[in-house]
Design a protein around this ligand. Sequence first.
Ligand SMILES: *Cc1c(COP(=O)(O)O)cnc(C)c1O
Length: 567
Amino acid sequence: MRSRHLITPFTNHPRIGYFSMEIALAPDIPTYSGGLGVLAGDTLRSAADLRLPLVGVTLVSRMGYFRQALDSEGRQTEQPAAWDPARFCEPLEAKIVVKIAGRKVWIGGWLYVVQSHLGGRVPVILLDTDLPENDKADREITHFLYGGDQTYRLKQEIVLGIGGVRMLLALGLQIRNYHMNEGHSALLAMELMRRFDLFNRRRPHEPSYNLPGVRALCSFTTHTPVEAGHDQFDWTLVREVLEDYVELDELKKVAGEDRLNMTRLALNLSEYVNGVARRHAEVSQRMFPGYSVSAVTNGVHPRTWTAKSFAALYDRHLAGWCNEPMLLVRVDQIADEELWDAHTAAKAALVGRVKARCGVEFDPWLPIVGFARRMTAYKRPDLLFSNIERLRAIARSHPFQLVFAGKAHPRDTAGKQLIEDLHRHIRALDGVIRAAFVPDYDMATALDLVAGSDVWLNTPQRPLEASGTSGMKASLNGVPQLSVLDGWWVEGCIEGITGWAIGGDGEIENGGDAEQLYHKLGEVVLPLWYGERAKWVAVMKGSIGKNASYFNSHRMLRHYAIEAYLR
Ligand SMILES: *Cc1c(COP(=O)(O)O)cnc(C)c1O
C-alpha cells in the first residue's frame, strides 16, 4: 500500500508528537495566521536540520487563514485562501473516526515532509475531515483556520487533539512525548486519559484514569498572557459535542469547574510547562500559581529568515552557520563594506516590493523603519503616531521612511480599526514622510520587510508580548530593533550594542512610551544612522553576533530536547 511506504521510514523509532493548530510549512501554504504558526514551522524545520525525531500534527485548513485586501481607506476585506493539499502532500490511507455531536466523523490525513537542505526529514500529518463519508457540515471542520463560532472551534480542537492521537497510533508511529504548542490541542491529554482508563479498568463502571501516566507523556507551551488567547468552552456545549467521552466529573477536576479551560487542562496534565521567553514565564507563573512554569525563549529558523544576500555573505565567511548558528558570534570577521553591501541588496528587494505592491517609490538612500505583525490592539501599531507634529519634526531633521504590514483577525474590530488609522496617518504624513502599508502580510512579505528595513520597530503594551519573533528575524539580517522591553527583548537588548529600548523595564510602565519612542528615534537612532557608517554597522553586527547567534530555533529546539523531551 502506498501510504504504508510513505510513513514506514518514520515508524522505526519513537518520536515527539508536536501538536499545533497552525503550522507555517511553506510560504505558499496558507495554514498559519501569525507568530504561533511560524514558530511551529521553524521548530519542525530545525528538527529536520538537527535530525531530531519529531512528527508534526495539525489541521489541513483547506481554506487557509485568509487573504487580506485593503481599499484606499485601509478597510480590510477577507478572501478565502484555498490551497490544494495534493500539490504539496501525499494522501495517507489510514482513516480514523471520532464521535462529534452524536455523529461519526471520519478523519483522514495528508503527509507533508519537511526537508532539510542537510538531508533530514520530519513528517507532518495534516488532519482532514473533508471526506465523502462525512456529513456536509462535518466536512467543513478542517476548512477555516480560526474561523466559525465556539462550536466550530471545539469541533476543530476535537479533531486536532483526539483525532491527532488516534491518527498517529493508526499510522504506527510510536510517540514518546506529546508536545502541545498552545492549549488548542489539549484534548489530546484527555484522549490519553481515556486510553489509560480503557487499558486499566478493573470493573466496568469504575473509571481508572492514570493521571500521572498521562502527565509523564505531556509537555505544554503557553504562548500568550492575553486572556482571549486561552480557549474556554461552556460545559453545556462540551456535553452536546463531546457527550460522555470521559466522565465529566473527572474531567472538571482537571479542566475547570465553571468551563472547560484548555489551558487548565494542559497545565494539569503536563509534566513540563513553559513560557516562550523569561519574562513571559514569570508572567505566566503569576497567572497560574501552583504550577511550575519554565522558560524556553523562542527562536527563528536561520535559513528561512535570512535574505539571500546575507546567506551568501555568511556562507563565504562563516561556513556552516545555518546548521550551527552559534558561528554568527564571529560576525566581526566580516568587513563592514561587505555587510553593508548585503544590506543594500536586501533593501533594494524591499524597495522593489513596496513599489510593486503599493505604488510607493521609496528612496534607497534614506533609512526605512519597519513594523509588521498581526494587527491587534496590544501591539500598538499606532504608538508612533501619538503626536504627529513631533513625528514630522523628527523627519525634518532626519528624514526616514515607514513601512507597515499586518492582518487583523476578521472578528477583531479594534485590529481592523488600527489598519484604517494607520492609513489615515500615512495620508496625513504625505509630503513629509514617505510611508506604505503592504497588504496581505505573509512569510514572503515578512522576509522582505525584516531584511530590507534599517530599523525594526516593536511597541507592544507590557507585559502582553509573550515573545515576539519578527525582531529575531531582523537580527539575522543585521537589522537592529527599537523596542519596548517586553517579551524576548528583555533578554536581547543591550542598549546601543544590539539595538535600543523604548522606556524602562517596569512591567506596566506603558504611559510614557510614546515620548520615549520619539526621544530614541529622533535623538539616538536616526542621528547614528546618519553619522559615521562604521558606528551604525557596529550595531548591525551586534544584532547578528549577539542576538541571531542565540535567538534561533536550533538553540530553542535543543533546549526543548534537554528540558522537556529527555526528562
Ligand atoms: C514572524 C511573523 C509573525 C510574528 O511576528 P511578531 O513580531 O512576533 O508579532 C507574524 N506573521 C508573520 C507572517 C511572520 O512571519
